[in-house]
Design a binder for this molecule. Structure first.
Ligand code: OOG
Ligand code: MG
Length: 263
C-alpha cells in the first residue's frame, strides 16, 4: 500500500535539473521503490511540459530498447519511449561533449511522418501509408543515472536517456530498401566496433512505430504529422570521448560521420 502520493512534478523538475546541469543522479527508485512505470511516463510528460515552457518544443518520439543487444546491455527487457525536442537535434556534424555526462552513440533509422497515427492494432500498412520519408540517424544517449545504471521506471522517468540526435543529409523514400535487411556498421577511429542489421529492431523498424503508437495510446497520445521518430538502436551503444571520429555505414542509406569535440 502506498503511504503517500509521490510528487511527480517535483521529480520531473529534479530530472530536468540534472539534465540541464549534466550532473549524475541516484536512481529515483532507490528513494521511491513504489514508483510505477505509469508514474514514470507521467514524470516524462511533465518534463516535456517544462521543456515546452522554455520554448523547447516537442518534435517527435524515440523508441528505446527495441533490440536484444540494447536490452541485454542495460538489463531492461522491454521497449520504452521518450520525447524528442527541438534542442536535441544537431544540424552540423560535431558531437560536443560539453553539457553531457557519459554519452554513447548508436545507429538508428528515423521515420518522418506525414499523417497522424493513433491507436492500437495498427498494421505495417498503416505505418507506411502515414510515412513521409526515412533517414539514417545517430542517437546520442546520456543517462543521467550514475554508471548508466537504472531500472525500467528510472530510465523512463529520465526521458529514455535522450540527449541529442543527428539525422543524415539524405532523406529516402520509405520504399527505397528493405530496412530489415539493411546492414549497419559503426566505426570508431577507423575500426568497426559494432555491427548489425535493421532486423535487430523488433524484426523490422516499422514494428517499432506500431509499438510506439500502442504505448502512447494508453495516455491518449498520438504521433502527429511532421514528427520524427527514432526507432531504436540497431546495435549496442558506444562510449565516445574527445577527438573520437565516428562513422556509421548504413549500406544503401549512405554513411554518416561525426567528429567528437570537447566543446
Ligand atoms: C535507454 C535508451 C535506449 C535505444 O535506442 O535503445 C535507446 C538507454 O540505453 O540508456 O535509446
Ligand atoms: Mg536510441
Amino acid at each position: 500500500m502506498k503511504t503517500k502520493a509521490i510528487d511527480l512534478k517535483k521529480l520531473a523538475e529534479h530530472v530536468d535539473r540534472h539534465q540541464n546541469d549534466a550532473v549524475e543522479m541516484e536512481k529515483l527508485t532507490l528513494q521511491y521503490p513504489d514508483l510505477s512505470v505509469e508514474d514514470a511516463y507521467k514524470i516524462q510528460s511533465l518534463w516535456g511540459e517544462l521543456a515546452g515552457a522554455r520554448g523547447d518544443q516537442m518534435i517527435g518520439w524515440k523508441m528505446g530498447l527495441t533490440s536484444r543487444a540494447k536490452q541485454e546491455s542495460v538489463g531492461v527487457k522491454e521497449p520504452i519511449y521518450g520525447r524528442l525536442t527541438q534542442s536535441m537535434e544537431v544540424a552540423d556534424r560535431k558531437l560536443r561533449l560539453n553539457g553531457l555526462i557519459h554519452p554513447r552513440v548508436e545507429p538508428e533509422v528515423a521515420f518522418v511522418m506525414k499523417e497522424e497515427l493513433k491507436g492500437e492494432n495498427l498494421t505495417p500498412r498503416d505505418i507506411w501509408a502515414a510515412t513521409d520519408f526515412i533517414m539514417p540517424a545517430v542517437e546520442v544517449i546520456d543517462s543521467r543515472y550514475k554508471n548508466f545504471s537504472f531500472t525500467l521506471e528510472d530510465v523512463v522517468a529520465d526521458n529514455a536517456s535522450s540527449s541529442k540526435f543527428f539525422l543524415g543529409d539524405q532523406a529516402y523514400s520509405p520504399y527505397h530498401t528493405s530496412l530489415s535487411d539493411m546492414p549497419v556498421s559503426l566505426y570508431k577511429n577507423g575500426e568497426v566496433v559494432q555491427s548489425g542489421s535493421g532486423a535487430a529492431v523488433l524484426g523490422h523498424p516499422v514494428r517499432s512505430i506500431m509499438e510506439l503508437a500502442n504505448m502512447i495510446n494508453r495516455f491518449g497520445l498520438s504521433i502527429d504529422p511532421g514528427m520524427v521518430i527514432l526507432t531504436g538502436g540497431i546495435t549496442e551503444a558506444v562510449h565516445v570521448y574527445d577527438e573520437d571520429e565516428i562513422e556509421v555505414d548504413f549500406g544503401t542509406l549512405g554513411k554518416m560521420k561525426l567528429d567528437v569535440t570537447a566543446s
